[in-house]
Design a protein around this ligand. Sequence first.
Ligand code: ATP
Ligand code: ZN
Length: 283
Amino acid sequence: MLRLAVQKSGRLSDKSIDLLHRCGIRFSHPKGRLRAVSDNFPVEILYLRDDDIPGYVEDGVADIGMVGENVVLEKGVQVETIRRLGFGRCRLAIALPKGDAYEGVTSLAGRHIATSYPRLLGDFLSKAGVEASIHEISGSVEIAPGIGLADGICDLVSTGSTLLSNGLAEVETVLKSEAVLVGSRSLSDEKKALLDRLCFRVDSVLKARGYHYVLLNAPIESVDRIAALLPGMRSPTVVPLAEEGWVSMHSVLDDDAFWTVVDQLKEAGAEGMLVVPIDKMVI
Ligand code: ATP
Ligand code: ZN
C-alpha cells in the first residue's frame, strides 16, 4: 500500500484530488477525515497541511506527496521530485510599495522584507550579494508594508491582483513554482512498483492535457493535404461518410496548434470541424 499525502484544504486540494480521480483511483473525501483508502488501487490518501507534506515524505510517514515546489524548496528536505504536475502555478516575488524607487536588486539593500519564505528569499539575496533584513511572518504578508512592519514583501503571486490592491508593485521573481509529486528516497521495491503504476497513469493524464482531438469532414481528394496539416500520433484516421466522395478525418492536435492551421484546413476543403478535449493519452 502506497501512502500519498495531499493538501487537506487549500489551493492544491481540488486539483490534486481531481488528478487522482482522472487516474481512475476511487476514494472518499469526507469533511473532517484525515485519511481515506482507495477501493480500487493500493493507495492510502493522507489529508495534511501543505507545510507538513515535505517533512512527512522525507521521514517516510508518507511515501509520496503532492505539494507546491515552493514549499519543498523552502523546507530544504531530502526528497525526490518525481513529476511536475502542471497546476498550482505561481511565483515567489519581491514587491515594494508602488512608487518606491527601484533600480535593480541593489535597491533592496538595507530594507526590511516580510516573508513566509525566509530560506528562499535569503538564498536569493545572498546570490545577488545584497544584504537586507528578513522578517519572517506566517500569513497576510501583503499587509506588512501598509502597517509599517516592513519596507517590502516576498510572497506568492499568481495574477498579481492581491499585490495591486495592497498598493504593491512586483520588482523581482525569486522562484517560479508549480505543484510537484515528491517521493521518499527510501521506498521498498514493492512501493516503487506501485509508484511506477501510478506514474504511468499520471503521465497519461498529464500528456492528454496539452492536446485536443480534432474531427472534420473533407472531400476525399483533400485527404493528403489535410493529413499533412494534422499528422496526429501516427497518421490521421480516415473514415468514409455516407455521402460518396466525402470522408471524416480524426487526429490529435497540440492545444495551440488548431488556430495556427484552421485557415489552411478550411482552404483545403475541411468543414464541420470539432475540437474536443482528451481525457487520457497513452503513447
Ligand atoms: P495550508 O492550510 O495547507 O497550510 P496554505 O494557506 O499554506 O494552506 P494555499 O494558499 O492553499 O496554502 O496554497 C497552497 C499552494 O498553492 C502554495 O504553496 C503554492 O504552491 C500554490 N499557489 C498557487 N497560486 C498561489 C497564490 N496566488 N498564492 C499562494 N499560493 C499559490
Ligand atoms: Zn501552508
